[in-house]
Ligand binder design. Structure first.
Ligand code: ARG
Length: 457
Protein backbone atom coordinates (compact mmCIF):
# COMPACT_ATOMS: atom_id res chain seq x y z
CA UNK A 1 0.00 0.00 0.00
CA UNK A 2 1.42 3.35 -1.03
CA UNK A 3 0.84 6.63 0.73
CA UNK A 4 0.90 8.37 -2.62
CA UNK A 5 -1.24 6.02 -4.75
CA UNK A 6 -3.80 8.71 -5.62
CA UNK A 7 -1.93 10.24 -8.54
CA UNK A 8 -0.80 6.94 -10.04
CA UNK A 9 -2.53 4.66 -12.49
CA UNK A 10 -0.10 1.75 -12.94
CA UNK A 11 0.74 -0.79 -10.25
CA UNK A 12 4.32 -0.51 -9.11
CA UNK A 13 6.67 -3.07 -10.49
CA UNK A 14 8.23 -5.38 -7.89
CA UNK A 15 11.80 -4.54 -8.85
CA UNK A 16 11.01 -0.86 -8.49
CA UNK A 17 9.51 -1.50 -5.08
CA UNK A 18 12.56 -3.43 -3.95
CA UNK A 19 14.90 -0.73 -5.19
CA UNK A 20 12.89 2.08 -3.67
CA UNK A 21 11.88 0.66 -0.32
CA UNK A 22 13.68 1.51 2.89
CA UNK A 23 11.61 -0.41 5.45
CA UNK A 24 14.20 -3.19 5.45
CA UNK A 25 16.60 -0.78 7.16
CA UNK A 26 14.72 2.27 8.45
CA UNK A 27 12.72 -0.08 10.67
CA UNK A 28 15.72 0.39 12.94
CA UNK A 29 14.31 3.72 14.07
CA UNK A 30 10.68 2.69 14.59
CA UNK A 31 10.91 3.94 18.17
CA UNK A 32 12.08 7.38 17.13
CA UNK A 33 9.39 7.48 14.42
CA UNK A 34 6.71 6.78 17.01
CA UNK A 35 8.25 9.20 19.50
CA UNK A 36 8.18 11.96 16.84
CA UNK A 37 4.58 11.18 15.91
CA UNK A 38 3.45 11.36 19.52
CA UNK A 39 5.06 14.79 19.88
CA UNK A 40 3.57 15.93 16.57
CA UNK A 41 0.01 14.91 17.44
CA UNK A 42 0.33 16.35 20.95
CA UNK A 43 1.18 19.67 19.34
CA UNK A 44 -1.63 19.32 16.74
CA UNK A 45 -4.15 18.85 19.55
CA UNK A 46 -2.78 21.77 21.56
CA UNK A 47 -3.21 23.95 18.47
CA UNK A 48 -6.72 22.51 17.94
CA UNK A 49 -5.77 21.16 14.54
CA UNK A 50 -6.92 17.70 15.65
CA UNK A 51 -9.40 16.94 18.42
CA UNK A 52 -8.41 15.78 21.87
CA UNK A 53 -10.19 12.48 21.24
CA UNK A 54 -8.27 11.86 18.01
CA UNK A 55 -5.02 12.70 19.76
CA UNK A 56 -5.68 10.17 22.47
CA UNK A 57 -6.68 7.47 20.00
CA UNK A 58 -3.56 8.15 17.93
CA UNK A 59 -1.20 8.05 20.90
CA UNK A 60 -2.75 4.83 22.17
CA UNK A 61 -2.57 3.30 18.72
CA UNK A 62 1.08 4.29 18.35
CA UNK A 63 1.99 2.88 21.75
CA UNK A 64 0.15 -0.32 20.82
CA UNK A 65 2.20 -0.61 17.63
CA UNK A 66 5.43 -0.18 19.57
CA UNK A 67 4.41 -2.74 22.17
CA UNK A 68 3.37 -5.25 19.50
CA UNK A 69 6.57 -4.78 17.55
CA UNK A 70 8.60 -5.32 20.70
CA UNK A 71 6.70 -8.41 21.77
CA UNK A 72 6.95 -9.87 18.27
CA UNK A 73 3.19 -9.80 17.76
CA UNK A 74 3.55 -7.37 14.87
CA UNK A 75 6.03 -7.86 12.04
CA UNK A 76 7.36 -5.43 9.48
CA UNK A 77 5.36 -6.45 6.40
CA UNK A 78 7.40 -6.12 3.25
CA UNK A 79 4.76 -4.42 1.16
CA UNK A 80 5.26 -1.12 2.98
CA UNK A 81 7.64 1.36 1.49
CA UNK A 82 9.23 2.69 4.64
CA UNK A 83 8.80 2.88 8.40
CA UNK A 84 6.61 5.98 8.10
CA UNK A 85 4.10 4.27 5.77
CA UNK A 86 4.22 1.13 7.86
CA UNK A 87 3.33 2.92 11.09
CA UNK A 88 0.63 5.04 9.47
CA UNK A 89 -1.03 2.07 7.75
CA UNK A 90 -0.98 0.09 10.97
CA UNK A 91 -2.35 2.97 12.94
CA UNK A 92 -5.25 3.43 10.53
CA UNK A 93 -5.97 -0.28 10.60
CA UNK A 94 -6.18 -0.08 14.39
CA UNK A 95 -8.06 3.15 15.02
CA UNK A 96 -9.69 3.98 11.69
CA UNK A 97 -9.96 7.51 10.29
CA UNK A 98 -8.29 9.22 13.23
CA UNK A 99 -5.06 7.51 12.12
CA UNK A 100 -5.24 9.35 8.82
CA UNK A 101 -5.11 12.69 10.61
CA UNK A 102 -1.67 12.09 12.12
CA UNK A 103 0.09 13.25 8.98
CA UNK A 104 -1.61 16.67 9.03
CA UNK A 105 0.99 19.41 8.66
CA UNK A 106 3.80 16.95 8.15
CA UNK A 107 5.69 15.45 5.23
CA UNK A 108 7.82 12.34 5.24
CA UNK A 109 10.68 14.70 4.45
CA UNK A 110 10.59 16.47 7.80
CA UNK A 111 9.53 13.22 9.45
CA UNK A 112 12.58 11.30 8.23
CA UNK A 113 14.84 14.27 8.99
CA UNK A 114 13.51 14.14 12.55
CA UNK A 115 13.75 10.36 12.93
CA UNK A 116 17.33 10.27 11.72
CA UNK A 117 18.28 13.11 14.04
CA UNK A 118 16.61 11.48 17.04
CA UNK A 119 18.30 8.19 16.20
CA UNK A 120 21.75 9.74 15.83
CA UNK A 121 21.27 11.74 19.02
CA UNK A 122 20.36 8.61 20.99
CA UNK A 123 23.33 6.78 19.53
CA UNK A 124 25.70 9.67 20.32
CA UNK A 125 24.65 9.32 23.95
CA UNK A 126 25.25 5.59 23.84
CA UNK A 127 28.65 5.94 22.15
CA UNK A 128 29.60 8.62 24.66
CA UNK A 129 28.82 6.16 27.43
CA UNK A 130 31.03 3.53 25.80
CA UNK A 131 33.94 5.94 25.31
CA UNK A 132 33.59 7.01 28.92
CA UNK A 133 33.76 3.37 30.04
CA UNK A 134 36.98 2.99 28.04
CA UNK A 135 38.40 6.13 29.64
CA UNK A 136 37.56 4.80 33.09
CA UNK A 137 39.39 1.57 32.32
CA UNK A 138 42.38 3.51 31.02
CA UNK A 139 42.50 5.69 34.10
CA UNK A 140 42.39 2.66 36.36
CA UNK A 141 45.35 1.15 34.50
CA UNK A 142 47.22 4.45 34.61
CA UNK A 143 46.88 4.59 38.38
CA UNK A 144 48.19 1.04 38.62
CA UNK A 145 51.14 1.54 36.30
CA UNK A 146 52.66 4.84 37.31
CA UNK A 147 55.92 2.96 38.10
CA UNK A 148 55.78 0.40 35.29
CA UNK A 149 58.68 1.31 33.04
CA UNK A 150 58.67 0.72 29.32
CA UNK A 151 60.48 2.11 26.32
CA UNK A 152 58.93 5.03 24.50
CA UNK A 153 59.37 4.74 20.76
CA UNK A 154 59.85 6.98 17.76
CA UNK A 155 60.10 5.41 14.30
CA UNK A 156 59.27 2.20 16.18
CA UNK A 157 62.80 2.38 17.60
CA UNK A 158 63.42 2.66 21.29
CA UNK A 159 63.81 6.33 22.17
CA UNK A 160 63.49 7.21 25.85
CA UNK A 161 62.10 5.43 28.87
CA UNK A 162 58.52 6.24 29.82
CA UNK A 163 55.95 4.47 31.97
CA UNK A 164 52.94 2.45 30.96
CA UNK A 165 50.78 5.05 32.70
CA UNK A 166 52.23 7.71 30.44
CA UNK A 167 51.78 5.63 27.28
CA UNK A 168 48.16 4.86 28.18
CA UNK A 169 47.66 8.52 29.02
CA UNK A 170 48.25 9.35 25.36
CA UNK A 171 45.19 7.27 24.51
CA UNK A 172 43.27 8.86 27.35
CA UNK A 173 43.85 12.20 25.65
CA UNK A 174 42.72 10.88 22.26
CA UNK A 175 39.52 9.34 23.55
CA UNK A 176 38.77 12.42 25.67
CA UNK A 177 38.89 14.52 22.53
CA UNK A 178 36.60 12.00 20.87
CA UNK A 179 34.10 12.51 23.65
CA UNK A 180 34.25 16.24 23.39
CA UNK A 181 33.80 15.98 19.61
CA UNK A 182 30.64 13.94 20.13
CA UNK A 183 29.41 16.56 22.59
CA UNK A 184 30.04 19.36 20.07
CA UNK A 185 28.11 17.53 17.37
CA UNK A 186 25.21 16.81 19.68
CA UNK A 187 24.97 20.45 20.61
CA UNK A 188 25.15 21.70 17.04
CA UNK A 189 22.59 19.25 15.68
CA UNK A 190 20.08 19.67 18.49
CA UNK A 191 17.44 21.68 16.61
CA UNK A 192 14.14 20.17 15.56
CA UNK A 193 13.26 19.94 11.85
CA UNK A 194 9.66 18.86 12.47
CA UNK A 195 7.17 21.31 11.00
CA UNK A 196 9.30 22.06 7.95
CA UNK A 197 6.89 20.07 5.79
CA UNK A 198 8.11 18.87 2.42
CA UNK A 199 10.39 21.89 2.08
CA UNK A 200 8.39 25.08 2.52
CA UNK A 201 6.76 24.76 5.92
CA UNK A 202 2.98 24.38 6.17
CA UNK A 203 -0.12 26.55 6.28
CA UNK A 204 -1.29 25.03 9.57
CA UNK A 205 -0.68 27.02 12.74
CA UNK A 206 1.93 24.59 14.06
CA UNK A 207 3.79 25.38 17.27
CA UNK A 208 7.27 24.31 16.30
CA UNK A 209 8.82 25.57 19.53
CA UNK A 210 6.50 23.27 21.42
CA UNK A 211 7.35 20.10 19.46
CA UNK A 212 11.02 20.97 19.72
CA UNK A 213 10.67 21.22 23.47
CA UNK A 214 8.67 17.99 23.74
CA UNK A 215 11.46 16.16 21.95
CA UNK A 216 14.30 17.65 24.00
CA UNK A 217 15.67 19.94 21.30
CA UNK A 218 17.10 23.39 21.99
CA UNK A 219 14.61 24.92 19.55
CA UNK A 220 13.20 24.55 16.03
CA UNK A 221 15.44 24.77 12.95
CA UNK A 222 15.17 28.14 11.20
CA UNK A 223 15.06 27.26 7.52
CA UNK A 224 12.61 24.65 6.27
CA UNK A 225 14.55 23.88 3.08
CA UNK A 226 17.75 23.27 4.99
CA UNK A 227 15.86 21.28 7.63
CA UNK A 228 14.73 18.58 5.21
CA UNK A 229 18.01 18.40 3.33
CA UNK A 230 20.63 18.83 6.04
CA UNK A 231 22.76 15.78 6.66
CA UNK A 232 25.82 17.69 7.94
CA UNK A 233 25.37 16.18 11.35
CA UNK A 234 25.55 12.70 9.81
CA UNK A 235 28.80 13.65 8.11
CA UNK A 236 30.17 15.11 11.33
CA UNK A 237 29.13 12.06 13.27
CA UNK A 238 30.74 9.71 10.76
CA UNK A 239 33.91 11.82 10.86
CA UNK A 240 33.93 11.57 14.66
CA UNK A 241 33.31 7.82 14.45
CA UNK A 242 36.14 7.50 11.92
CA UNK A 243 38.45 9.25 14.36
CA UNK A 244 37.38 6.95 17.20
CA UNK A 245 37.93 3.95 14.92
CA UNK A 246 41.35 5.30 13.94
CA UNK A 247 42.34 5.71 17.60
CA UNK A 248 41.12 2.22 18.41
CA UNK A 249 43.00 0.91 15.41
CA UNK A 250 46.31 2.47 16.47
CA UNK A 251 45.86 1.11 19.96
CA UNK A 252 44.99 -2.32 18.54
CA UNK A 253 48.11 -2.26 16.42
CA UNK A 254 50.18 -1.68 19.56
CA UNK A 255 48.42 -4.48 21.42
CA UNK A 256 49.15 -6.78 18.48
CA UNK A 257 52.81 -5.79 18.50
CA UNK A 258 53.09 -6.07 22.28
CA UNK A 259 51.44 -9.47 22.18
CA UNK A 260 53.97 -10.79 19.65
CA UNK A 261 56.76 -13.10 20.80
CA UNK A 262 59.30 -10.43 19.93
CA UNK A 263 57.85 -7.88 22.36
CA UNK A 264 56.15 -10.05 24.97
CA UNK A 265 54.83 -6.94 26.75
CA UNK A 266 51.30 -8.26 27.23
CA UNK A 267 49.35 -11.42 27.55
CA UNK A 268 45.78 -11.45 26.31
CA UNK A 269 43.08 -13.15 28.24
CA UNK A 270 41.93 -16.41 26.67
CA UNK A 271 38.45 -14.95 26.28
CA UNK A 272 39.82 -12.27 23.95
CA UNK A 273 42.08 -14.39 21.80
CA UNK A 274 41.66 -17.37 19.55
CA UNK A 275 43.70 -20.37 18.56
CA UNK A 276 44.82 -21.70 15.21
CA UNK A 277 43.20 -24.71 13.59
CA UNK A 278 46.61 -26.11 12.65
CA UNK A 279 49.29 -24.55 14.85
CA UNK A 280 48.73 -25.63 18.46
CA UNK A 281 51.07 -23.04 19.97
CA UNK A 282 49.11 -20.06 18.68
CA UNK A 283 47.12 -17.55 20.67
CA UNK A 284 46.02 -14.92 18.22
CA UNK A 285 44.94 -11.35 18.98
CA UNK A 286 41.84 -11.61 16.76
CA UNK A 287 39.77 -9.03 18.58
CA UNK A 288 42.47 -6.38 18.24
CA UNK A 289 42.91 -7.31 14.57
CA UNK A 290 39.19 -7.09 13.91
CA UNK A 291 38.93 -3.71 15.62
CA UNK A 292 41.83 -2.54 13.43
CA UNK A 293 40.24 -4.05 10.34
CA UNK A 294 36.76 -2.69 10.89
CA UNK A 295 38.11 0.85 10.69
CA UNK A 296 37.87 0.46 6.92
CA UNK A 297 34.11 0.26 6.81
CA UNK A 298 33.71 3.25 9.12
CA UNK A 299 35.90 5.37 6.82
CA UNK A 300 33.93 3.93 3.91
CA UNK A 301 30.68 5.23 5.42
CA UNK A 302 32.16 8.72 5.74
CA UNK A 303 33.34 8.73 2.11
CA UNK A 304 29.96 7.42 0.95
CA UNK A 305 27.87 10.08 2.65
CA UNK A 306 30.20 12.86 1.51
CA UNK A 307 29.83 11.60 -2.04
CA UNK A 308 26.05 11.13 -1.77
CA UNK A 309 25.59 14.71 -0.60
CA UNK A 310 27.96 16.52 -2.93
CA UNK A 311 25.65 17.10 -5.87
CA UNK A 312 22.18 17.20 -4.38
CA UNK A 313 20.15 20.28 -5.34
CA UNK A 314 17.92 21.74 -2.63
CA UNK A 315 15.84 20.52 -1.00
CA UNK A 316 15.03 16.83 -0.38
CA UNK A 317 16.03 14.26 -2.99
CA UNK A 318 15.73 10.51 -2.64
CA UNK A 319 19.51 10.13 -2.73
CA UNK A 320 19.38 11.00 0.94
CA UNK A 321 17.72 7.72 1.76
CA UNK A 322 21.24 6.35 1.25
CA UNK A 323 22.35 8.01 4.49
CA UNK A 324 20.88 5.28 6.65
CA UNK A 325 22.42 1.86 6.08
CA UNK A 326 25.98 3.16 6.12
CA UNK A 327 25.38 5.27 9.22
CA UNK A 328 23.73 2.41 11.07
CA UNK A 329 26.58 0.11 10.11
CA UNK A 330 29.26 2.60 11.21
CA UNK A 331 27.49 3.22 14.53
CA UNK A 332 27.07 -0.49 15.26
CA UNK A 333 30.65 -1.20 14.23
CA UNK A 334 32.12 1.49 16.47
CA UNK A 335 29.91 0.51 19.40
CA UNK A 336 30.98 -3.11 19.05
CA UNK A 337 34.64 -2.16 18.72
CA UNK A 338 34.52 0.08 21.79
CA UNK A 339 32.83 -2.54 23.96
CA UNK A 340 35.15 -5.35 22.86
CA UNK A 341 38.28 -3.25 23.12
CA UNK A 342 37.42 -2.14 26.67
CA UNK A 343 36.74 -5.75 27.62
CA UNK A 344 40.06 -6.84 26.15
CA UNK A 345 41.92 -4.08 27.98
CA UNK A 346 40.32 -4.86 31.32
CA UNK A 347 41.49 -8.48 31.15
CA UNK A 348 44.96 -7.97 29.68
CA UNK A 349 48.09 -8.80 31.69
CA UNK A 350 51.01 -6.39 31.35
CA UNK A 351 54.34 -8.19 31.63
CA UNK A 352 56.11 -5.57 33.73
CA UNK A 353 59.48 -7.32 33.73
CA UNK A 354 59.66 -7.64 29.98
CA UNK A 355 58.66 -4.00 29.54
CA UNK A 356 61.20 -2.81 32.07
CA UNK A 357 63.96 -4.95 30.63
CA UNK A 358 63.23 -3.59 27.19
CA UNK A 359 63.36 -0.03 28.56
CA UNK A 360 66.79 -0.68 30.11
CA UNK A 361 68.22 -1.86 26.83
CA UNK A 362 68.42 -0.02 23.56
CA UNK A 363 70.14 3.11 24.90
CA UNK A 364 66.94 4.82 25.96
CA UNK A 365 69.04 6.80 28.44
CA UNK A 366 71.43 8.22 25.84
CA UNK A 367 69.72 11.63 25.88
CA UNK A 368 70.11 11.76 29.65
CA UNK A 369 73.82 10.94 29.36
CA UNK A 370 74.15 13.90 27.00
CA UNK A 371 72.16 16.08 29.42
CA UNK A 372 74.61 15.05 32.17
CA UNK A 373 77.50 16.41 30.14
CA UNK A 374 75.57 19.61 29.36
CA UNK A 375 74.93 20.08 33.08
CA UNK A 376 78.72 19.85 33.52
CA UNK A 377 79.37 22.62 31.01
CA UNK A 378 79.79 20.67 27.76
CA UNK A 379 77.95 22.28 24.79
CA UNK A 380 75.01 20.09 23.73
CA UNK A 381 76.37 19.41 20.22
CA UNK A 382 79.66 18.11 21.67
CA UNK A 383 77.80 16.12 24.30
CA UNK A 384 75.73 14.50 21.54
CA UNK A 385 78.97 13.45 19.79
CA UNK A 386 80.53 12.08 22.98
CA UNK A 387 77.47 9.98 23.79
CA UNK A 388 77.49 8.73 20.20
CA UNK A 389 80.99 7.38 20.91
CA UNK A 390 79.76 5.74 24.12
CA UNK A 391 76.97 4.04 22.20
CA UNK A 392 79.36 2.76 19.55
CA UNK A 393 81.63 1.39 22.27
CA UNK A 394 78.71 -0.39 23.95
CA UNK A 395 77.33 -1.84 20.71
CA UNK A 396 80.79 -3.22 20.04
CA UNK A 397 80.94 -4.86 23.46
CA UNK A 398 77.26 -5.85 23.53
CA UNK A 399 76.54 -3.95 26.75
CA UNK A 400 74.35 -1.07 27.97
CA UNK A 401 75.62 2.38 28.98
CA UNK A 402 74.94 1.48 32.62
CA UNK A 403 77.35 -1.49 32.31
CA UNK A 404 80.38 0.62 31.41
CA UNK A 405 83.07 1.10 34.04
CA UNK A 406 83.93 4.60 35.16
CA UNK A 407 87.35 4.21 33.51
CA UNK A 408 85.69 3.41 30.23
CA UNK A 409 83.46 6.49 30.60
CA UNK A 410 86.43 8.65 31.44
CA UNK A 411 88.46 7.34 28.52
CA UNK A 412 85.85 8.87 26.22
CA UNK A 413 85.28 12.04 28.29
CA UNK A 414 87.01 13.06 31.53
CA UNK A 415 83.87 15.00 32.54
CA UNK A 416 82.15 11.80 33.71
CA UNK A 417 82.18 11.08 37.44
CA UNK A 418 80.69 8.42 39.68
CA UNK A 419 77.30 10.12 39.74
CA UNK A 420 76.80 9.30 36.04
CA UNK A 421 75.28 5.96 37.03
CA UNK A 422 72.53 7.58 39.00
CA UNK A 423 72.01 10.23 36.32
CA UNK A 424 71.35 7.67 33.61
CA UNK A 425 69.46 5.07 35.58
CA UNK A 426 66.08 4.39 34.04
CA UNK A 427 64.33 5.42 37.23
CA UNK A 428 66.08 8.79 37.22
CA UNK A 429 65.42 9.32 33.52
CA UNK A 430 61.70 9.07 34.20
CA UNK A 431 61.55 10.71 37.61
CA UNK A 432 63.37 13.84 36.48
CA UNK A 433 60.79 14.55 33.81
CA UNK A 434 58.53 16.57 36.03
CA UNK A 435 56.97 19.18 33.73
CA UNK A 436 53.27 18.74 33.20
CA UNK A 437 52.59 16.21 30.45
CA UNK A 438 55.87 14.33 31.04
CA UNK A 439 56.13 10.75 32.35
CA UNK A 440 57.72 11.61 35.73
CA UNK A 441 55.59 10.27 38.58
CA UNK A 442 55.10 13.71 40.09
CA UNK A 443 53.66 15.08 36.84
CA UNK A 444 51.69 11.91 36.16
CA UNK A 445 49.93 12.12 39.50
CA UNK A 446 48.79 15.67 38.79
CA UNK A 447 47.46 14.67 35.39
CA UNK A 448 45.67 11.62 36.76
CA UNK A 449 43.98 13.90 39.26
CA UNK A 450 42.76 16.15 36.44
CA UNK A 451 41.48 13.13 34.48
CA UNK A 452 39.59 11.84 37.54
CA UNK A 453 37.74 15.13 37.76
CA UNK A 454 37.03 15.10 34.03
CA UNK A 455 35.34 11.74 34.32
CA UNK A 456 33.09 12.91 37.11
CA UNK A 457 30.96 14.78 34.55
N1 ARG B 1 12.54 6.65 3.05
C1 ARG B 1 12.69 8.03 2.75
C2 ARG B 1 14.10 8.48 3.11
O1 ARG B 1 14.72 7.82 3.83
C3 ARG B 1 11.66 8.84 3.47
C4 ARG B 1 11.37 10.17 2.86
C5 ARG B 1 10.57 10.00 1.64
N2 ARG B 1 10.26 11.24 1.03
C6 ARG B 1 9.94 11.34 -0.25
N3 ARG B 1 9.70 12.53 -0.69
N4 ARG B 1 9.94 10.33 -1.04
O2 ARG B 1 14.59 9.46 2.68
Amino acid sequence: MKLWGGRFTKEENQLVHNFNESLSFDRKFYRQDIQGSIAHVTMLAKQRIVSQADKEAIIQGLKGIQADLESGKLEFAREHEDIHSFVEANLTARIGDAGKRLHTGRSRNDQVALDMKLYCRDEIDEIDRLVKALLEELLKLMEEHIDTYMPGFTHLQKAQPVTLAHHLGAYFEMFSRDRSRLGDIRKRMNYCPLGSGALAGTTYPLDREYTAELLGFDGPTLNSMDSVSDRDYVIELLAALSTIAMHLSRFSEEIILWNSNEYGFVELDDAYSTGSSIMPQKKNPDIAELVRGKTGRVYGALMSILTVMKGIPLAYDKDMQEDKELTFDAIDTVKGSLALFTGMLSTITFCKNAMEKSARNGFTNATDAADYLVNHGVPFRDAHGIVGQLVLFCIDKGIALDDMTLEEFKAISPVFEKDIYDAISMETCVKKRTTIGAPGQEAMKKVIEIYRKQLEV
